[in-house]
Design a protein around this ligand. Structure first.
Ligand code: ADP
Ligand code: MG
Length: 303
């Protein structure tokens, strides 16, 4: 009997994607940071996404406070909406709690959720509460996006320049995986200034998310080792490439527009890391010695 372990997260998602029936109201279904749906008004688009945080998988209770667990559960959803060029608006929160959970833990969790909601303009409008073997916080978010701001993973063209926000790697050891600021204002500032062809938020590690973008766009992405911005806690290039949960943005712009991309968005650095070199799916790394090798992701695996 085949198990989910053998098929893996991405294999499972691909199975679901193949089986999903698309309705006429669905502009983009499974496969991007959020689904894009036709809203009730003409030209209106809704963004719909969910992300779940599970004790023992995404956080350890003695390592991360309840406030930051709550913050993270909403912030990773805001990050997905930001990566689509959208505005996060409404969220529902489903909680799984062991019976022995202190009420104070739940209060603090909601303090963190509420703080994130206020900061990013999200209304918490419902959810569900059930018993579970460990703490689970499952957030589902709805956002809106103007048709000209909508930015998918699949728009990279040959010759495009690739950029990332922030610095990468070591988010678990530094605690940044929970205490991060989703790049919402940065995404909007960027989209106001430059025509962005494609964008994704970095949740599975740069190498893995480059593959997602390459697969969606059908072009080979080449990044330069010497240009990858490594976070202080990341320390090594390897961690910056492979560690997950950076929640930074990876985006592509036309070669001619590359000069219009600002070096900073607010206080957040923006770094050019490579380009899209040819048709066909693939990700390559230009090593410091100039050798070009395939970049194989080795990030966190769920199964
Ligand atoms: P992200 O890291 O941006 O949240 P994921 O890697 O979790 O994206 O998911 C990739 C795509 O697969 C998304 O479009 C997501 O909606 C979809 N997806 C993930 N899990 C499921 C599922 N159980 N059923 C249907 N679609 C799913
Ligand atoms: Mg995402």
């Amino acid at each position: 009997m085949r198990t989910v372990r053998e098929v893996g997260e991405f294999g499972l998602i691909e199975r679901m994607r193949r089986r999903a029936r698309l309705a006429p109201s669905v502009v983009v279904g499974i496969g991007d940071d959020a689904a894009v749906l036709r809203g009730p008004g003409a030209g209106q688009r809704l963004l719909f996404a969910s992300d779940m945080v599970v004790e023992g998988v995404h956080f350890l209770r003695h390592r991360v406070s309840a406030r930051w667990v709550g913050w993270k559960a909403l912030a990773c959803n805001v990050s997905d909406i930001a990566a689509m060029g959208g505005v996060p608006r409404w969220a529902v929160v489903s909680l799984g709690l062991p019976r022995g959970t202190p009420v104070r833990f739940v209060d603090e969790l909601y303090a963190g959720l509420g703080r994130c909601a206020r900061r990013y303009g999200v209304a918490l409008v419902g959810g569900d509460t059930v018993r579970a073997p460990q703490v689970i916080v499952d957030v589902c978010i709805l956002g809106t996006v103007g048709p000209r701001r909508l930015t998918l993973r699949r728009g990279v063209r040959r010759g495009d320049a690739l950029f990332v926000t922030g610095r990468l790697g070591g988010s678990y050891r530094s605690g940044r995986h929970a205490r991060f600021l989703p790049r919402l204002a940065e995404a909007h500032a960027l989209l106001r200034r430059v025509a962005v062809h494609a964008m994704i938020d970095l949740s599975d590690g740069l190498a893995s998310d480059l593959w997602q973008m390459s697969r969606a766009s059908g072009v080979t992405l080449r990044v330069e080792a010497a240009k990858i911005p490594v976070a202080r806690a990341g320390r090594t290039l390897d961690r910056a490439l492979m560690d997950g949960e950076d929640f930074e943005l990876l985006f592509a712009v036309g070669a001619r527009e590359a000069a219009q991309v600002p070096r900073r968005l607010g206080r957040c650095p923006v770094t050019r890391i490579g380009s899209a070199v040819r048709r066909g799916v693939g990700v390559e790394l230009v090593r410091r010695d100039g050798r070009i090798t395939p970049l194989v992701p080795r990030g966190f695996r769920h199964f």
